[in-house]
Design a binder for this molecule. Structure first.
Ligand SMILES: *Cc1c(COP(=O)(O)O)cnc(C)c1O
Length: 364
């Protein structure tokens, strides 16, 4: 092998060190669990949740952060001492702060004012700094400005999520789900349900099932206050100026560059109260709290399961437990907060409880 030019070697050696640190972290981690959700009333329909809360940083953004760091390092965008900047509603910043600290890099997150206090604390505990902006739509420009001012690197999850992930395999979330389904009664899921924040997860799942020629269909579970389902129905719609969703992590006001509508087969639109009610019921069933976007997913699963049972179809529905509800103790699990948002989840909790007991999700 030729010896690298002397002036290049130290920078390359730091990148090699950084890549080996990320590889070592990955080797220390186990895969996330695929949890069956009991639905005794429908023996032909099996529900599963891929538990992404068990990553070291507590959400599916751990995978994204690892991919974005690897992409930035291998592209030559991240070097020794590079300040890492991100626009994030919280979870991505928590995971990126973890990797930045591992590599000894400064990390700045630009977050909307509404971000849960628990997430801000998590970012700061990992050595990151938070800059709050009042207008959620202003996070991108502010992150870009801060990165430029520090000579740093704007990670830009919303642009790079879909391309930083190795969608054909290499242990992405889709490959892991299909491997873990291998010995189930219906190993090829009829449906995989997911939400969209960056759109990266739905892009990876959709590409993977096409590439491997699986019959699995992808269902997007999207909040009422999100542009994604509107854009899916009509590609001319690229922004939504109405009331923002309260569900953190999903449902954006603008179509993000990583969102890939053609790989989505169906969309289910879910009201915030239904998402939060479902998250609260599932938390009770599992004996531990799940986040709001997991509730959104569960509502879409319940609708699909009800339709499959009515059509006499058998099959599996897989979705994602995106993050733990411990991050939302002051919001979705706080009665005063819910009242202040004029959210009453009683009817939606009853509806989800009824579904889990009877296999029938009754729409209002
Ligand atoms: C980011 C996020 C999602 C959506 O994942 P994307 O791959 O960004 O579309 C869902 N739930 C939570 C809690 C998230 O943080």
């Amino acid at each position: 092998m030729p010896t690298p030019a002397v002036h290049e070697a130290p920078a390359r050696r730091w990148v090699e060190w950084a890549l080996s640190r990320i590889a070592a972290d990955y080797t220390r981690s186990a895969d996330t669990h695929l949890i069956p959700v009991s639905l005794p009333a429908l023996p032909g329909v099996a529900l599963y949740l891929k538990d992404e809360s068990s990553h070291p940083t507590g959400s599916l953004k751990h995978r994204l952060a690892r991919s974005l760091f690897l992409y930035g390092l291998c592209n030559g965008w991240i070097e020794r001492g590079t300040t890492i900047v991100e626009a994030s509603s919280g979870s991505t910043a928590v995971s990126e702060a973890y990797f930045a600290r591992m590599l000894g890099l400064p990390f700045i997150a630009v977050v909307p004012h509404s971000t849960a206090a628990e997430k801000i604390e998590a970012i700061e505990r990992l050595g990151g700094t938070c800059r709050k902006v009042a207008d959620p739509g202003a996070v991108y420009a502010e992150a870009e400005r801060i990165a430029a001012a520090h000579g740093g690197h704007y990670m830009d999850q919303f642009t790079f999520a879909e391309r930083a992930t190795d969608w054909r395999g290499n242990n992405n979330i889709a490959e892991s789900i299909f491997a873990q389904m291998a010995h189930e009664p219906c190993p090829i899921p009829a449906w995989i349900v997911c939400g969209a924040g960056t759109g990266g997860t739905s892009a990876t799942l959709g590409r993977f099932v096409r590439y491997h020629r699986h019959a699995t269909q992808i269902c997007l579970a999207d909040p009422v206050g999100s542009v994604f389902h509107r854009h899916w129905h009509d590609r001319a719609v690229t922004t939504f100026a109405g009331t923002r969703s309260l569900i953190e992590g999903i449902g954006r006001p603008r179509v993000e560059p990583s969102f890939l509508p053609p790989v989505i087969d169906r969309v289910e639109v879910v009201a915030d109260a239904a998402s939060i009610g479902a998250a609260r019921v599932l938390s009770h069933v599992l004996g531990r709290r799940v986040g709001g976007s997991t509730g959104t997913n569960l509502v879409a699963m319940a609708r699909l399961a009800t339709a499959m049972a009515q059509a006499g179809e058998r099959g599996a529905i897989v979705s994602i437990l995106c993050d733990s509800g411990e991050r939302y103790a002051s919001t979705y699990f706080n009665a005063d907060w819910l009242a202040a948002q004029a959210i009453d989840t009683a009817d939606d909790e009853a509806r989800m409880t009824h579904f889990l007991a009877t296999g029938h999700y009754a729409e209002v």
